[in-house]
Design a protein around this ligand. Structure first.
Ligand code: COI
Length: 354
């Protein structure tokens, strides 16, 4: 049995719960009353604590700021019909967090710190978990290098934190996305599969250009010839082509998304054929034109299942089918939501009910 960790708890005497409007919850802006933090020093994790959410004092020389040793995760907790709270597939996010840590030469976090920190934080901020349809408590684990040293080397010290924010879906309607053929999100042998800050930083300039052209998001393509679809940066991409679910296979340039994996498992169990393989831009554009591509969506923890409504490529905008007619993706999205919210049996054992 795992030991119960000693977590120091300092509660706020000024809850913001009473002044928070739960009908207005933009993604990632409203934080709960508390956060969990831990420090890696002298080769071990120490100072496990839950404290009021707020600024963390730090040296301006910390290596995370200068050299980008910073990683994060995203998972969600859902209110169940009996009022309990369930965290969805926390193990997958924990494992991916440590994969990212290893690639970025950072300390890994022991499972019991990640899980017990999460359980204690959620139980203290329990009232912050929304109970409206499509809402959840978004959990943001983050770790960054804290050595106050300007030499370029892996830091010896790190701060780990768990932040929680009640939220609705990241996107509110079907997306108009642009297939990016000039800039690149990730390169072979690089860090594209890791959830590291720099991957998001490098996407901002291309995203801003696309936004000025009226797009909501980018579809990244391979760095060699921009011929193959990779992911959307904030989510993985899944298409329905000839009735099969088709999604770019995970590789060093594509994040191994938890929602993507969940959808693949649900689709397979429902008898829908799934193909994880390289997906060419040509196949997608031709599929829209000849009608074989009937559905497309972004899949992610923050994004949930968000339909792609239009795809821009080389100056043309291609209109996809009406999202309300998309039986496969709407069916899977419902199945997924029903499991998360405890409205359908959790046959895969994905819910961690606290
Ligand atoms: C998530 O889905 O949890 C993510 O990390 C996407 C985020 C960059 C908005």
């Amino acid at each position: 049995m795992t030991e119960t960790l000693d977590i120091r708890i300092t509660k706020t005497d000024q809850t913001r719960l009473t002044v928070t409007d739960f009908s207005q919850l933009p993604f990632g802006k409203v934080f709960t009353d508390h956060m969990f933090t831990a420090d890696y020093e002298d080769g071990e994790w120490k100072n496990l604590q839950i404290l009021p959410y707020g600024p963390i004092p730090m040296s301006p020389a910390i290596s995370a700021l200068h050299y980008g040793q910073a990683i994060f995760e995203g998972l969600k907790a859902y209110r169940q019909p009996d009022g309990k709270i369930s965290v969805f597939r926390a193990n997958k996010n924990f494992e991916r967090f440590n994969k990212s840590a290893e690639r970025m030469s950072m300390a890994t976090i022991p499972e019991e710190i990640f899980m017990q920190g999460l359980a204690s934080l959620i139980s203290i901020d329990e009232k912050w978990v929304p109970n409206q349809e499509d809402y959840a408590l978004y959990i943001r684990p983050v770790m960054f290098a804290t050595d106050p040293y300007l030499g370029v080397r892996a830091s010896d010290t790190y701060k780990f934190a768990l932040l929680t924010t009640p939220t609705g879906p990241y996107y509110s309607s079907a997306l108009k996305v642009k297939i990016e053929t000039e800039f690149t999100r990730a390169d072979e042998g690089g860090v594209g599969f890791a959830k590291t800050a720099g991957n998001y930083a490098r996407s901002l300039y291309p995203f801003e250009q696309a936004r000025k052209e009226g797009f909501d998001q980018l579809i990244w393509t391979d760095s060699i010839a921009h011929e193959y679809i990779e992911e959307a940066g904030t989510a993985n991409l899944i298409f329905v082509i000839n009735g099969k679910l088709v999604t770019p296979s995970v590789r060093s340039t594509v994040l191994d998304g938890v929602t993507r994996d969940t959808i693949i498992k649900l689709a397979t169990a429902s008898g829908i054929e799934v193909e994880e393989r390289r997906v060419s831009v040509k196949e997608v554009i031709e599929g829209i034109q000849n009608g074989s591509l009937t559905e497309a969506f972004a899949a992610g923890t923050a994004a949930t299942v968000t339909h792609v409504g239009q795809i821009g490529y080389k100056g043309e905008v291609y209109q996809l089918t009406d999202p309300s007619t998309r039986s496969i993706s709407n069916g899977i999205a419902k199945q997924l939501n029903d499991i998360r919210y405890g409205l359908a049996p959790d046959e895969f054992g994905w819910n961690w009910v606290l």
